[in-house]
Write a protein that binds this ligand. Structure first.
Ligand code: F0G
Length: 484
């Protein structure tokens, strides 16, 4: 267990246990330019360019800081189409850390989702029960004719909560659903570590044991989305009494040991690029093997560059280092706790990946039809240069009949990638968010002007429903003068 470092003055400071050796200069452009950038990017933070962004809190995906050892490993990559030694080093890391013998490389997490859906969703209407969907997982399941059922406990939908494991899958509902649907219509159960879209909330080891029991009772495969497994394991150490003296390695092995198939985005899990699917079952490996050369590349690179494969191998071992994994959740907890203390409605308890602002409450004057989380993401960028991500109805997909579906939660996610930001930058985020909270009534809604048919949130274009952005700029100028 990591020892907490106490300050003499009693303050609770998430002290950094690393030093910075390579830096990148940032620019904070004037608010007038940020307003123009919003119009150019369709009020969609995905479409901003980094030249206009000060703190990039869009995601942790592919932007966690790499360690010196990862960068060094990239230099001894073995370039070969087939049989590269880099691949075998990675395969060994997968076996050592995730305890799975067979590994299929893919270029990123959603490619694993594509292969899983392609291999296992065989009939229209096949159902995948899960704790909660992730955007790309859902898109691939529906692409192959499948459906999903989200089975969380009620507490998960309670935004301000102190429940330690809001990502737990509701096992009573799971059992009932399987009986009702028939196990032959359920190709697999999906459990997502650190459930992303409900605010990066973990499930407990005990919950996975219970899910495993139900899976065994009916003979259904259990698939673990391990993209955020390190953080889920860290919160198990912190919050599940049985594991308070365990190591990251123990908890990770316990969790992966209960899954028939583990897949991940290495952009998250190992602070690199790439992804993978792994299993100890040779028959399962065979069911997916042929799809890798079809969609990704030869079986010893799967669309990943050999340099990234080397970084991934080292990154996987580093996932076992509690000092490394804890940095982002500890910064997030700091930000969530300080903002909550100042009245800003946040998802609690603090989760992983990012701090999540409850836009439904902060912008309760904006109807869901006008996308409160999207509006808040745009407004926050405007007044701070900080780019977060909308995780609400804009990120939802329309149903089969083309109707809009509204998200259970309207969240603005402020991602805290590992070891990227300093505490003064986090304090800047806090300061600007408190200011925006005070002036929240100035924020107005958005409407789509360009809506792509699949994963619309990535490239969609929106427009403000009034001149609220200009009013926000005027208030900012009044309060901050010529400050950036
Ligand atoms: N599963 C989870 C839980 C994820 O968070 C992601 C990506 C994926 C799968 C897909 O992986 O991006 O490598 O294809 N999440 C990123 C995010 C995009 O910003 O939360 P990918």
């Amino acid at each position: 267990m990591n020892k907490e470092i106490k300050f003499f003055n009693g303050e609770n400071v998430p002290l950094e246990l690393h030093k910075v050796r390579v830096v990148q200069k940032l620019h904070l452009v004037p608010i007038e330019r940020r307003l123009e950038a919003l119009y150019e990017g369709g009020f969609n933070t995905f479409r901003l360019t980094t030249n206009d962004v000060f703190l990039d809190m869009l995601t942790d995906s592919g932007v966690n800081a790499m360690s010196d050892r990862q960068v060094a490993a990239m230099m001894h990559a073995d370039d070969a189409y087939a049989g590269s030694q880099s691949f075998f080093r990675l395969q060994k890391a997968v076996e050592d850390v995730l305890k799975k013998k067979y590994y299929l490389p893919v270029h990123q997490g959603r490619a694993a989702e594509n292969i899983l859906a392609c291999a296992y969703i065989k009939k229209k209407g096949d159902l995948i029960p899960m704790n909660y969907h992730f955007t790309t997982a859902l898109a691939h399941i529906t692409q192959y004719g499948g459906r999903i059922a989200e089975l969380l406990y009620d507490e998960a939908y309670n935004i301000s909560s102190s429940h330690p494991f809001k990502g737990n899958l509701n096992v009573e509902k799971l059992d009932a659903l399987i009986q009702e649907t028939g196990k032959e219509n359920i190709p697999f159960i999906r459990l997502e570590a650190s459930t992303n879209l409900i605010g990066g909330q973990p499930f407990s080891v005990q919950n996975m044991r219970d899910v495993r029991k139900v899976a065994d009772k009916y003979g259904i495969r259990l698939v673990l989305d391990a993209s955020l497994l390190g953080e889920n394991a860290y919160l198990v150490l912190q919050r599940e009494p049985e594991f308070k003296n365990s190591t990251m390695a123990d908890v990770i092995a316990t969790l992966t040991g209960m899954a028939d198939i583990v897949y991940f985005s290495a952009r998250k899990l190992s602070s690199s690029r790439g992804g993978g699917i792994c299993t100890n079952d040779h028959a399962i490996y065979r069911e997916m093997e042929a799809l890798v050369p079809l969609f990704e590349g030869f079986l010893t690179y799967g669309g990943i560059s050999v340099r990234e494969i080397e970084a991934m191998a080292v990154g996987l071992y580093e996932t076992l280092d509690e000092t490394m994994i804890s940095q982002s959740p500890n910064f997030i907890a700091y930000l969530v706790n300080t903002l909550t203390a100042k009245g800003v409605p946040m998802v609690t308890p603090p989760g992983v990946l990012g701090a999540h602002v409850d836009a439904m409450r902060m912008c309760e004057h904006i109807p869901q039809t006008q996308y409160p989380a999207g509006s808040l993401a745009a407004a926050f960028f405007l007044i701070s240069g900080v780019r977060g991500m909308e995780r609400g109805s804009v990120s939802n997909q329309r149903d089969e009949d083309g109707n809009e579906t509204y998200a259970d939660m309207e969240l603005l996610r402020l991602a805290v990638p590992r070891r990227v930001f300093t505490l003064s930058q986090i304090k800047y985020v806090e300061d600007r968010m408190v200011w925006l909270y005070k002036h929240r009534k100035l924020i107005g809604g958005l409407k789509f002007v360009y809506e792509p048919p699949v994963l619309r949130f990535f490239m969609g274009g929106l427009e403000p429903v009034s001149d609220w952005a200009q009013k926000l700029v005027a208030q900012f100028k009044k309060d901050f003068g010529d400050s950036l």
